[in-house]
Ligand binder design. Structure first.
Ligand code: X2X
Length: 346
């Protein structure tokens, strides 16, 4: 009797632990694990964004001792390059995990357009006041209601304006320029209000469009401008206007998340938080007042850099204030009000 009970206990332990899952360490799993999880990003390893995704995968592998293996698919390859479909694919489980930009997810999650309201955030501290405060929490709650488990905020960065034609100092300078934009119709509204001629396309299509002159300009963070070598596709003029910034979100499909043991969920969360912190440091490297080495590198490649005075920047703000008002209502007046308050208090 005693022997039988001992045997049963041992069998149970074996089933629940190592042998059932073929794992090195006993763990209570909530569902079967996949051999490999697919993680989507738009930009690859040469960019802070793709680097951050890879770092997350590495840290998860390390922390879970190989129980969770992640493969990174850059170029939004899991949605055939159509980055605005990434959120839907993540939600439906076509994609297991993602490090996604708020811009690309905003067609499905209108609240994420907040970060694309022109001239809402004056600096990195303003961006943090949102992502690290009650607004960020509210946005994470919104995502959680849509079958996605958000874990950490990363950063693509403040988006600066470049073009092949002329220096841009005033909204008038933008008149008629063909500017490639991505994602939400808010970007079309902003550039239309500035008198430009915006056209929406994926990042994959943007590079050839610049190279052939099908578009004159684009807007992206400086780290992207430099790593993508946009000076080699005719982007000779760069205006630092910091009109919007896009944070990144480290996230997991809800069913995938629920299939993991509580212990592994905690490890994946910690890995996301650490990778996001390190990613943000990279995204900001060389573009601050203390260290502007990246800007110098861009200038050394023959790019003419225009820094707007506060008054010049204000002219762009005024020209887009109607768009701001209209979109504040679409995003949610309360959320925008909270964001404005938290930025003012930063
Ligand atoms: O497509 C872009 O401009 C990029 C890479 O910045 C995003 O995915 C938002």
């Amino acid at each position: 009797m005693q022997i039988r009970r001992r045997f049963t206990t041992a069998l149970l332990a074996a089933l629940l632990g190592t042998s059932l899952l073929g794992l090195g360490k006993p763990t209570m799993a909530a569902g079967p694990y996949k051999e490999e999880y697919k993680l989507s990003t738009v930009l690859g390893e040469a960019f802070p964004w793709g680097w951050g995704a890879k770092r997350w995968a590495e840290l998860v592998d390390e922390k879970t001792q190989g129980r969770i293996k992640i493969k990174v698919y850059p170029g939004a390859a899991l949605v055939s390059g159509d980055q605005t479909k990434e959120f839907t694919a993540l939600r439906q489980g076509v994609i297991d995990m993602a490090v996604g930009s708020t811009i690309n997810w905003s067609p499905q999650v209108k609240e994420l357009n907040l970060f694309a309201l022109p001239f809402l955030m004056p600096d990195h501290r303003a961006l943090e006041a949102l992502t690290q405060g009650r607004v960020g929490k509210k946005l994470f709650d919104t995502l959680a209601e849509r079958d996605v488990v958000p874990l950490a905020w990363g950063e693509n960065g403040f988006r600066e304006l470049s073009n092949s034609k002329r220096p841009i100092r005033t909204p008038q300078d933008l008149a008629g320029l063909k500017i490639r934009v991505v994602g939400s119709p808010l970007f079309l509204a902003t550039f239309n209000a500035l008198g430009a001629n915006p056209t929406q396309m994926s990042w994959a299509d943007a590079l050839p469009a610049m190279a052939t002159g099908a578009v004159d300009g684009q807007e992206n963070p400086l780290s992207v401008f430099n790593a993508a070598k946009l000076h080699t596709v005719g982007q000779k003029h760069l205006t630092l206007w910091g009109y919007v910034a896009d944070p990144l979100i480290f996230a997991v499909n809800k069913n995938v998340w629920n299939s993991w043991s509580p212990e592994d969920r905690q490890l994946v969360l910690e890995a996301a938080q650490q990778a996001a912190r390190e990613e943000i440091t990279r995204a900001r490297a060389g573009i601050t007042a203390e260290d502007d080495s990246l800007l110098k590198e861009i200038a050394a490649n023959g790019v003419e850099i225009v820094r707007l005075t506060p008054a010049e920047r204000d002219a762009f703000r005024q020209a887009t204030s109607g768009v701001y008002k209209e979109w504040a209502d679409k995003i949610g007046a309360d959320l925008v009000k909270q964001a404005e308050e938290d930025i003012a208090k930063r």
